[in-house]
Design a protein around this ligand. Sequence first.
Ligand SMILES: *Cc1c(COP(=O)(O)O)cnc(C)c1O
Length: 372
Amino acid sequence: MDINALPDNPYLLLTPGPLSTTKTVKAAMLRDWCTWDDDYKSIVRDLREKVLQLATTRTQDYTSVLMQGSGTFAVESVIGSMLPENGKLLVLSNGSYGQRIARTAKYYKIETLILDSGEQDPPDLGLLEKTLQEDPDISHVSLVHCETTTGMLNPIQDVGRIVKRYHKTYFVDTMSSLGGVPLDLAEYQIDFAVTSSNKCIQGVPGFGIIFARLDELEKCKGRGRSLSLDLFEQWKAMAIDDPGKWRFTSPTHTVRAFYQALKELEAEGGIARRFERYATNQKTLVKGMRELGFQTLLPDAYQSPIITSFLNPTAPEFEFMDFYNRIKAKGFVIYPGKVTNVDSFRIGNIGDVYPEDIERLLAAVKGSMYWK
Ligand SMILES: *Cc1c(COP(=O)(O)O)cnc(C)c1O
């Protein structure tokens, strides 16, 4: 296949997933697969191994489970499978993805307590400790790593230390960080974590990846509250009963593209290198945007390299959609804001995006400031 024969995308996605992928990732989808043949199953087996190595050095204590659907389906699979009937979930929240975890638990009638630190502040560790001391019914604690709502990077390691001092099960939504920010589930004492095919590993949308400590996963047997999202059964099917075979129809083309994306992550030099690229993208972006007069929502100390929120300019003529369309015409799509009480917009730096692209974006932004 001549990769260059593939059409160019009409614009670069500067969004937190789906994101811009390479042509080689897209080209990997151009064939059909038989889901029970070993050609395909061996890819799934190898993929599960490779992706696990991105999440922890102690691969013998953990496993990876692939789950159809978008990232939220994977989160829901974990929430609906890890809590026993009398379990109680403490949700640390500072954005809409934290709130989504709590909403998911409510659907399943799981007793839930939310500690909301507000969208612009990290979790209150003193309050977390006090809550765990005073409420022995809490069995599980959850936190979002990169809260994509704002771009805040939460202190998952500090929270893990407290959670484990009280012997609770710890779930982290690492959806928008895993693959782009170095971390180690074992070292951070995380029992369950999730990401999806279309975030920092730079595949296309279609499935989620759940990481689980094996001893915690064993406890999920019989706890599943949904047939298709039963985490233990999903793992048992693809890891034990028929290795590499999914329980229900697997998104074959997406899986094959993800496998290619994993190889490309390796070729780039692994997570450390990709993190450097994203961080350079982010720093280049913020420096340039500040020079143009924009302000970031968060202080730099809280900021992730994944996505950055900017305050809307105060000029009365400013309309996000007008600004957006002008930038889009120049070849870039950006993202509306998601913060509740501040008018803002977001620009992502993840995907097949390089500092040169950010420089070109900055020129496009400069040329789109019609209110100046
Ligand atoms: C993208 C994302 C999700 C999942 O969103 P989907 O739209 O279901 O893929 C969950 N949590 C975080 C932090 C995310 O960035």
